[in-house]
Design a protein around this ligand. Structure first.
Ligand code: ZN
Ligand code: ZN
Length: 231
């Protein structure tokens, strides 16, 4: 994974704020940390929330901020680029400061390599059907996160969502309708969205996907398999 690819689908402010405040379930935190490790833009925005959050905690009982203190804060932010943590633990404001981004060797970005204890060769894939494979990663149970391996041209069964689903592309690309998601892109699916992501031709697609509620599959077969796959 190099940093030269163009990322066009990013994290929302609310996800970045929740991450900076340490309020996200572990599974979402891992996806956010991994995107941040791949995306200069969201890393800079995360640093802003991290610093502003920390500053608000420190000054919450102070009377007023001095004139120009916001500018001073922003100047400090740009001097200290943060890095994502890979241990999947919830995070505290200010924890990212003073660290630097690490570039991982291999397919998995550094936060994920830390999490699984290695690269793709450490992954224990299980077949999901239609050539798709998954590997559930251990997290707290409030949300779940998995690696998905989707052969080029294959699709994930048509489904809706009962909660929030974050899907981050690590390798290859998938199409969702007329939108394309390539390496580093993150798709944020909510209850309104029903979709059938299809891996693009040319390369197998590897994604990191987190959900906080079971998906709703339209077809019978995926519904029957659902309890066994914990999707
Ligand atoms: Zn981004
Ligand atoms: Zn989905």
């Amino acid at each position: 994974m190099t940093m030269t690819q163009t990322i066009s689908h990013h994290l929302t402010d609310s996800l970045l704020m929740g991450y900076a405040a340490g309020n996200l379930p572990e599974a979402f935190s891992l996806v956010v940390a991994t995107h941040i490790s791949m995306c200069d833009e969201c890393r800079a925005r995360a640093a802003t929330f991290d610093t502003v959050g920390g500053a608000m905690l420190e000054t919450s009982d102070a009377v007023a901020m001095e004139e120009g203190s916001l500018e001073a804060t922003m100047a400090r932010i740009s001097a200290a680029l943060p890095v994502a943590r890979g241990n999947g633990s919830t995070t505290q404001p200010g924890q990212m400061q003073g660290q630097h981004q690490r570039r991982a060797r291999g397919i998995l970005p550094a936060p994920l390599q830390d999490y699984v204890g290695g690269d793709l060769d450490q992954i224990n894939w299980r077949p999901v059907g239609m050539g798709v494979r998954q590997a559930l990663l251990p997290t707290s149970r409030s949300a779940s996160v998995r690696l998905l391996y989707i052969p080029a041209g294959a699709s994930v069964p048509d489904h809706g969502h009962r909660g929030l689903e974050l899907t981050l592309v690590l390798q290859g690309a998938f199409m969702d309708g007329d939108m394309r998601f390539g390496p580093g892109d993150i798709e944020i699916a909510t209850e309104e969205l029903e979709h059938t992501p299809i891996a693009a031709q040319g390369a197998d697609c590897i994604c990191l996907a987190a959900t906080d509620a079971p998906l709703r599959f339209r077809a019978l077969m995926p519904r029957l398999a659902q309890p066994f796959l914990r999707i």
